[in-house]
Ligand binder design. Sequence first.
Ligand code: ATP
Length: 237
Amino acid sequence: MIPARSSSAPAIGLFGGTFDPVHFGHLRLATELSEAFRLERTIFLPAGLPYHRGRTAHASSEERLTMLKLATARDARFDVDDRELKREGRTFTYDTLAEIRAERGPDATLVFLVGSDAFAHIDTWHRWTELFDLAHFAVAIRGDDAQWATKGPGAFPREAWPRITLNLREMLSAPAGKVMTFAMTPLAISSTTLRALAGEGSSIRYLTPEPVVEYIRSRQLYTAKDAPRDALPGAAG
Ligand code: ATP
């Protein structure tokens, strides 16, 4: 049971993803959720071995990290934390949240940021019901999420429904345990699209910050001769 508190400390946002590569959809999600949930800082957490994905990454961990740093450098509210990239073996969000909870203490308000498409499958994540003991979930409704368009919160696992709240005060007065949705500016951009455009030699300008565009171009990432660098086995994560 999570104790309620009378005064709320500044909340910290945690944003996990593959970021292969980072794009403006990610940056708008982080910006809009940071403002809506009054987050003091938002920490981007690039995934090491994204076990819930059955595919290979097309950029190395180091390249994904560099692109994230380039994309977030100008925003003082954003940080990048590379702990998942340094971890040996499987990467589980549960382990990352447990570590951050231990570092920040039981009273810190932690808010995990996630897109609605990802939250719809949260029941495939390792120890998923225990994630709510560690953090709140701020769920951004993606403009390109067809499942949400037809089902709304019915797209989310049933066990998560009782945790959904409309009350921001209630949410931020506890350190963890609630789920709140937010309709963000629809941006139907995905890393898949950027990889495909770069792969066919088309421009990716205005889909991601210019330093990232330059980095991808200079390294010729995602082009046919750019072989996958990390072999990522698929499973739930
Ligand atoms: P891919 O196309 O490779 O599957 P992606 O663009 O979905 O990648 P991820 O790194 O997998 O990017 O996403 C990290 C998080 O950002 C997820 O929670 C995802 O839902 C969210 N997200 C990604 N793109 C958008 C977008 N355009 N609008 C809102 N949320 C997004």
